[in-house]
Design a protein around this ligand. Structure first.
Ligand SMILES: [Zn+2]
Ligand SMILES: [Zn+2]
Length: 368
């Protein structure tokens, strides 16, 4: 096989038009950089925001999107040779490691952070150039049913809820309420259950609810057919019967919808903890004073610090968080159509795009 000298990817040229295929020379790693041959790249609602909702990327367009990347290191800089050939997960947010935020344990708010597909070209491509900092190594031999491409979703869809749940100090004495159990919340339910909490799942989609009821949710509520009052009393009854001693619900908003956010806030009880994990550019009307009245806490998190990735990956490797039922694979060539389908909510699972790696002529045939 002749070595491939060119890479290809799908870039955003301008908002509201389909992603366009592009070809580029395989990048060369500079100091503190690595080139990753992409095995898989998950599609996130943030990508949908960039394409369809006018959310600006930090880097100028055109830009190859995609920040949920797994793959193999194929080129290294002078000081990063140890990584050559290794399978890795590339964190969605890669902090600088040197600034005051990084040095005081708040690396997710590092202003010099690099997010692939936002601060530079991302993973909807055959190859991506990334900083060598914070990479999460993946064992070469994986448990049955897991593949390197499947692990791409750990880069965001697993680690972001993992971090939200970790910050809440969720434990076996708690009841967790996960709102929105799609591409992110499906993992949230499993992480919460793995930590021993009793879990309530709320969604408008019965199929998703049926799936999470087999993966750790003790109570599922269809919010398309229930009002807030009836959801509250169902949750209250569940708390009583599950006999947990934790004070206050731990509520995780993972739907990224105004309706989900309104429900999440409406479920606050005394001492409650509310984590905002999902993103929507839309606004909601809330009585913020409920936080004060309930002595409650609300918190958000921008991704997950790279040093937490190995612990999140471990839950997957141990089988405590299943990926296969919650993901579906598409060829990278389908990226434009897939983005549209995710935007229209016609795909229920987390999509993983897989590039073709082969002879250059075949690649060109594939993308043209
Ligand atoms: Zn994302
Ligand atoms: Zn920093």
């Amino acid at each position: 096989m002749t070595p491939v000298s060119h890479a290809y990817g799908f870039q955003l040229i301008a908002p509201n038009i389909p992603l366009q295929v592009c070809e580029f020379p395989i990048p060369e790693a500079g100091a503190d950089q690595l080139v990753v041959e992409v095995a898989g790249c998950g599609v996130c609602h943030t990508d949908v925001g960039f394409v369809f909702d006018g959310v600006p990327t930090r880097h100028l367009l055109p830009l190859i999107l995609g920040h949920e990347i797994s793959g193999r290191v194929v080129d290294t800089g002078p000081d990063t040779g140890l990584w050559l050939g290794r399978s890795v997960i590339v964190p969605a947010v890669i902090p600088c490691g040197r600034c005051p935020a990084c040095q005081t344990g708040r690396s997710t708010i590092c202003r010099q952070q690099f997010m692939p597909g936002n601060d530079g070209d991302g993973g909807f491509a055959s190859h991506v150039l990334v900083p060598s900092r914070g990479l999460c190594p993946v064992p070469e031999s994986l448990p049955q049913g897991l593949t390197l491409e499947m692990l791409s979703v750990v880069a965001d869809a697993v680690t972001t809820p993992f971090e939200a749940i970790r910050r809440s100090c969720l434990g076996p004495e708690d009841v967790a309420v996960i709102i929105g159990v799609g591409g992110v919340g499906g993992f949230g339910v499993q992480i919460a259950a793995a930590l021993g909490a009793a879990v309530v799942a709320i969604d408008v989609d019965r199929e998703r609810l049926a799936l999470v009821s087999q993966h750790g949710a003790g109570l599922v509520l269809d919010s398309s057919s229930m009002d807030l009052k009836s959801m509250k009393s169902a949750v209250r009854a569940f708390v009583k019967e599950s006999d947990r001693r934790g004070i206050g619900l731990k509520i995780f908003e993972m739907s990224g919808t105004p309706a989900g956010q309104t429900t999440a806030f409406g479920l606050l009880d005394h001492g409650a903890y509310l984590a905002v994990v999902g993103f929507t550019p839309k606004t909601v009307e809330l009585r913020l004073s409920n936080l004060m009245a309930f002595d409650a806490t609300a918190r958000g998190n921008w991704g997950c610090p790279p040093d937490q990735y190995p612990a999140a990956l471990q839950l997957v490797l141990e089988g405590k968080v299943s990926l296969a039922p919650f993901v579906e694979f598409h060829a990278l060539e389908e990226a434009p159509a897939v983005l549209e389908a995710v935007a229209n909510h016609s795909i229920r699972r987390r999509v993983i795009l897989q590039p073709k790696h082969g002879k250059r002529s075949e690649l060109l045939e594939a993308v043209n």
